[in-house]
Write a protein that binds this ligand. Sequence first.
Ligand SMILES: Cc1ncc(COP(=O)(O)O)c(C=O)c1O
Length: 380
Amino acid sequence: MKDTEYYLQAESPAFILNQELLEQNLAIVDEIQRETGVELIFALKSYGLYKSFPIFQRYIKGMTASSLNEAELANEFFEGGQIHSYAPVYLPKEAARIFELSSHVTFNSVSQYLANKDKYPQLQGKSCGLRINPEYSEVETDLYNPCIKGSRLGIRCEDLKRLPEGIEGLHSHNLCECGAAATANTLQNIEKLFGEFLPQIKWLNLGGGHLFSSAGYDLKLLKDTLKSFKAKYPHLHIILEPGAAFVWQTGVLVAEVCDIIENSGVKIAMLDTSFAAHMPDCLEMPYRPNVFGAGYAGEKGYDYYLGGCSCLAGDYIKDYSFAQPLQPGEKIIFADMMHYTMVKTNMFNGINLPNIYILHKDKKLELLKSFSYADYKSRL
Ligand SMILES: Cc1ncc(COP(=O)(O)O)c(C=O)c1O
């Protein structure tokens, strides 16, 4: 049986993680680490399905956290390991515990570092770093570009005359779903703008956005780039902390068609899922998720908009085409629905969250979580 047939057995709406596909990505993570001597940790913000973290534990030694909740979760799985924290600002009520849980703490500004360093005994023995802004990015959407003019993320070179005492690392995050050339160009810019500091630090964290598990990615270029950078600065511990690349194309969202309606000649398939509540990135970024077996309008014969079940007027995505007319009761499968989906879902309109399943390697489909009125009520 094909994996899609297993997916269709899930009670919709449902996120389904495919373990076999996850392990394929983790094998690439392993290869990069082994061949380059660079360490990869996982950016928790992209995906929090902790029931799958025992699989991650076999390949990596740590995670990066951007809040107290993420630091607590990272600590449950990597206690005593690499827990890198970075937040644009550490909230006073969370800071002490975050520092206690972390092995490495990156500050977004010199003022945050100076204000926290003597105040919190929890920072003693922790390796502190600063986030730099490499003033270079290939990200076209401003929402995801930390290097736009006026960005609040990272210190620009002109504002960092010298490293404050106690700083052991630098952290740069400027990419989003980028190829290997963008990593190479970033390193060139870091050397150009912050090169004088590289001999003074112990570690360099190159953030996320390296999409090495996607089709067409030049993995050799990434490995060669990292190897030659490491050869040039052998004292530096180099870290990458991608999120999306770990779980890229490793799972789906199954939804059911509940009704077909028509407006001005446009057919709309009304679903039991919502773009606003269950796939908010589709509207935020925006992007059009692929649906298994569907093409663009005009390609397959039967064209539809896909309508979400919330009341938001914009909760729909246009221009899908299917080979057969869609029928109420039929399920459709959205592709690549693991990164930045489950962690961003919300209960707008009181719409329940999708079930969460894992398709194990032995093709056993296991329900990991389902949600109820208690979950909705407990949040408010
Ligand atoms: C500081 C930092 N590190 C890592 C990541 C992970 O990026 P990605 O999931 O694109 O690899 C992000 C994403 O926003 C980030 O802000």
